[in-house]
Design a protein around this ligand. Structure first.
Ligand code: NDP
Length: 447
């Protein structure tokens, strides 16, 4: 028997041969379970060994980033760019600056990104990059010097038709602005080589909101598919960064009650729900003042140091929007006990494989990150379009196209989903829909 027919033993052998790190292995195993039956029924996929080829990135670029801190000391970090696949279009995916970043983190993110980008229907391939640099506690000047040094090396690998990075954890408007500024100085080309740029430098109005708003739209669509709506629902959100804060804003706009946010220092719980003014205050506090939740006091809000939100209060909608594997089996059991009916992943792979199985087994409508948080990269695709055509989009244009696109992604994932007791498995649906697009492109382009 060849690996092509994909019985589970051979699949494990194939994955072992790639020797992925723990996170990458987890991401591969999740998709492998979903797509094995699709490959088993398609001889062209088997002959072209599509899955095997998909597991190894086109290339991984690793480089040294040297910079000088405010005290005049030389500092050194490692930078990476994983260019996973350009089958569908230029490599596209964010940059993450966080001390936990390793090649394994970026390989899993780049792999997931390929499926996600395929689901958007836009001509964008998959990549991811970043560094173990920690922007937290650094001055603006230190962040600027780091970004300039990072771009000095990255610039030789990227381009508007080749590889278009964006932000991710630790890389927001400030960092993208410095990176882009360095690119323009080096190349004399003020073109769309990065997305998530400040609006005044070619950025897309509405891009900041896109991932969080899109995640809420996906949750709304999953609820709608079950004949329900977001109105009046208690929504538990983890994280207090770009994705989490705009998810909170959008959930409020749609009449839901936002009961939590968190950062790596702990969780805030608001039993009665955060008010609109509190959400706006938090957006400013986090985005502009770079404050910590432990130092923020809002009326009716309790801070739980060092804890996650899971199980701290009732919530039927759960949006994990911080980081990978933040919701494990214990967390899944807790949210199930407190009434979870819908989970939409705003972060990338925030639920462990076991947590995801428990949630789905518990009857939850589960929106995997590659579908539920695809609004961010989709709007990055719109930003590329805006830049390439020298157009000026409005926030209204962006948000209305985003909403339509999230409906389409939900429909696509729903169409390919398997059903258990009337609850669609969107995880399987998203994996299969993304995989078929990638596999067809691979087969059509030959070996
Ligand atoms: P931000 O850096 O803006 O925010 C990240 C938030 O998560 C912060 O509140 C941070 O807390 C918290 N966090 C990060 N790491 C940990 C950790 N190990 N434990 C607990 N809390 C943690 O990032 P984004 O909001 O942009 O990204 C969040 C997630 O969404 C990531 O998985 C990212 O890949 C994904 N995503 C982002 C997109 C985007 O457009 N920005 C698009 C699609 C997916 P603290 O500040 O204390 O570190």
């Amino acid at each position: 028997m060849t690996t092509a027919t994909m019985p589970h033993a051979d699949l494990t052998e194939l994955i072992d041969a790639v020797n992925p790190g723990d996170l990458y292995r987890s991401a591969i195993e999740e998709t492998a379970d979903s797509i094995a039956p699709v490959i088993a029924q398609n001889k062209a996929y088997q002959d072209a060994r599509v899955f095997e080829r998909m597991l190894i990135p086109d290339r991984v670029i690793r480089f040294r980033v040297e910079w000088v801190d405010d005290s005049g000391q030389v500092r050194v970090n490692t930078g990476w760019r994983v260019e996973h696949s350009n089958l569908i279009g230029p490599y596209k995916g964010g940059l993450r600056f966080h001390p936990s970043v390793t090649e394994d983190t970026l390989q899993f993110l780049a792999y997931e990104q390929c499926f996600k980008n395929a689901l958007t229907g836009l001509p964008i391939g998959g990549g991811k990059g970043g560094s173990d640099f920690d922007p937290k506690g650094k001055s603006d000047h230190e962040v600027m010097r780091f970004c300039q040094s990072f771009m000095r090396e990255l610039a030789r690998h990227i381009g508007p038709d080749i590889d278009v990075p964006a932000g991710d954890i630790g890389v927001g408007g400030r960092e993208v602005g410095y990176l882009y500024g360095q690119w323009v100085k080096m190349t004399k080309r003020p073109v769309g080589v990065l997305t998530g740029k400040p609006v005044g430098s070619g950025g897309l109005p509405g891009r900041s909101e896109a991932t969080g708003y899109g995640t809420v739209a996906f949750a709304r669509e999953m609820l709608g598919d079950g004949g329900d709506s977001l109105e009046g629902k208690r929504v538990m959100i983890s994280g207090a960064g770009n994705v989490a804060l705009y998810a909170a804003e959008r959930a409020r706009q749609l009449g839901a009650t936002v009961v939590s946010l968190s950062d790596s220092g702990g969780t805030i719980i608001s039993e009665g729900g955060l008010g609109d003014e509190q959400v706006q205050e938090l957006i400013d506090y986090k985005e502009n003042q770079r404050g910590r939740l432990k130092d923020w006091s809002g009326s009716g809000v309790a801070f739980h140091a060092g804890e996650t939100p899971w199980g701290k209060t009732d919530a039927s909608v759960v949006l994990p929007c911080a980081t990978q594997h933040e919701l494990d089996a214990e967390g899944a059991n807790k949210v199930l006990e407190r009434g979870a009916k819908v989970v939409a992943e705003g972060a990338n792979m925030p639920c462990t494989h076991r947590a995801r199985d428990l949630l789905i087994g518990g009857g939850v409508r589960f929106g995997p990150g590659k579908a539920a948080n695809a609004g961010g990269v989709a709007c990055s695709g719109f930003e590329m379009h805006q830049n390439a055509t020298h157009a000026s989009w409005t926030k209204k244009d962006t948000l209305s196209k985003l909403d339509d696109l999230m409906k389409d992604i939900h429909e696509l994932a729903r169409k390919h989903a398997t059903d258990a007791d009337g609850v669609p498995n969107y995880g399987v649906g998203a994996d299969r829909a993304g995989f078929v697009k990638l596999a067809d492109a691979m087969v059509s382009m030959g070996v």
